[in-house]
Design a protein around this ligand. Structure first.
Ligand code: NDP
Length: 434
């Protein structure tokens, strides 16, 4: 806190983890002796760089790029790239910090990293996005590699951007390797990677419901926020599992459709022509559009799946969810709940799935993409999807085992923090102090 007093998001993420892992130190005095905690919160490396490019009018634009290589104790750095005007060092560090524990929970050998830029792709042409991606990779390439650091997508970095980034890496390095994940299927991408975070979120939620409540998605009303990659495939899988999803949103407002969201329309708007979600109400009779994205949490639901961005549910929204009968919140986005919101969940015995566990499906399948690239082969959709299901179920059981061991039976947040941390801490102790 003394070192980075202004890094609000980063401190928020660290605080939540610290509260859970305290009891671990009593059982493992070797962690303290090896300075694990102090080393754990300091990134191994953070690069910050200029990204200069020329827009369609011939004007020079300058953005700021970042890559945090946070922790490589259990594998090469791994984590997505985010292009959004709200990107700061604090945001990248919070995401990188969460990523260490998330990657550990998948059981795959991946360390924690994250990156991005304060570039806003809204209203930019395809050619501008390509030139930006090329300029960004021109610097990033010297810091990454298939055995060093393997970036992927995040907000506003999808198939198009990963394609341009990969093309530029290949051009500069003259090598074809699995240096990025989320690639197109023609050049080393994995089947089911696009769906993985949203599907994984639903597999996790379904399993937690089964184990903790002997319940399921069947017949439930679900509120989803966002309408990007994670939201779309969360809506798809929740619907397939028998739920009715009645909302989706973007940063301008939200849709309420009492009949259940028509996903073909959402996909056509968002994936078809990068449109705004408002258009849904013009196209689907009986649906409503409301300005303001936080209103989505006033809609009555049994299960809430926040899939847009950090701090999108505050204490007031959490209380509204509870008052309307919601008993389950599982996070598709990273850190969508503020500390106040989490306090409301805890007080009201909400089944709360924290992001680092519930949205780990994306990076898990990225890990599987790395394996396929190394083998130079590709698995079928079913093969990847089955592995994803197993990984998500395993995260639930590992979290619950850790929670039980440390006296917080049934607490998925506490359990995820501990289960993720212990593996990394053991590896850090074994590898000596540096
Ligand atoms: P996308 O860019 O595909 O979609 C993001 C969605 O969230 C859009 O609907 C966007 O609306 C909305 N959104 C973004 N920023 C804000 C904001 N400041 N306020 C309100 N709404 C906002 O990104 P993803 O679906 O990939 O990512 C969503 C979340 O999931 C992020 O927190 C990301 O870190 C997390 N995540 C993603 C993974 C992945 O595999 N893609 C893996 C694990 C976590 P608009 O169009 O108006 O900007």
């Amino acid at each position: 806190e003394e070192r980075d007093p202004d890094q609000k998001e980063f401190l928020q993420a660290v605080q939540e983890v610290f509260e859970s892992i305290e009891p671990v130190f009593a059982k493992h005095p070797e962690y303290e002796a090896a300075g694990v905690l102090q080393r754990f919160v300091e990134p191994e490396r953070l690069v910050k760089f200029r990204v200069a490019w020329v827009d369609d009018n011939g004007d020079v634009q300058v953005n700021r790029g970042y890559r945090v290589q946070f922790n490589s104790a259990i594998g090469p750095y791994k984590g997505g790239l985010r292009f959004h005007p709200t990107v700061t060092e604090s945001v990248i560090k919070f995401l990188g910090f969460e990523q260490i524990l998330k990657n550990s929970l998948t059981g795959l050998p991946m360390g924690g990293g994250k990156g991005g830029a304060d570039f806003d792709p809204k209203g930019r042409s395809d050619a501008e996005v390509m030139r930006f991606c090329q300029a960004f990779m021109t610097e990033l390439q010297r810091h990454i590699g298939q055995f060093t650091d393997v970036p992927a997508g995040d907000i506003n970095v999808g198939a198009r951007e990963v394609g341009y980034l990969f093309g530029q890496y290949k051009r500069l390095r003259n090598e074809f390797t699995g240096v990025l994940t989320g690639k197109g299927l023609e050049f080393g991408g994995s089947l089911a990677r696009t769906e993985a975070t949203g599907y994984g979120l639903c597999y996790y939620t379904q399993e937690a419901l089964r184990v903790l409540r002997n319940d399921s998605f069947e017949g439930k009303t679900v509120a989803v926020s966002g309408s990007g990659n994670v939201a779309i495939f969360a809506i798809e899988k929740a619907t397939e599992l028998g739920a009715k999803v009645v909302t989706c949103s973007d940063s301008n407002g939200y849709i309420y459709d009492p009949k259940g969201i028509d996903l073909d329309v959402v996909k056509d708007i968002k994936l078809g022509h990068r449109g705004r979600i408002k258009e849904y109400a013009d196209r689907v009779a009986g649906s409503e559009y409301h300005e303001g994205c936080s209103g989505v949490w006033t809609v009555k639901c049994d299960i809430a799946l926040p899939c847009a961005t950090q701090n999108e549910i505050d204490g007031t929204s959490a209380q509204t969810l509870v008052d309307n009968g919601c008993t389950v919140v599982c996070e598709g986005a990273n850190m969508p709940s503020t500390p106040d919101a989490i306090a409301v969940y805890q007080k009201n015995h909400i089944l709360y799935g924290p992001a680092k566990a519930s949205n780990a499906g994306g990076v898990a399948v990225s890990g599987l993409e790395m394996s396929q690239n190394s083998y130079r082969l590709s698995w079928t959709f079913e093969e990847v999807d089955n592995r994803l299901k197993d990984i998500m179920k395993n995260i639930v059981s590992e979290s619950l085992d850790a929670a039980k061991e440390y006296g917080h039976e049934g607490d998925l947040m506490f359990g995820a923090n501990i289960a993720g941390f212990v593996k990394v801490a053991d590896a850090m102790v074994a590898q000596g102090i540096f």
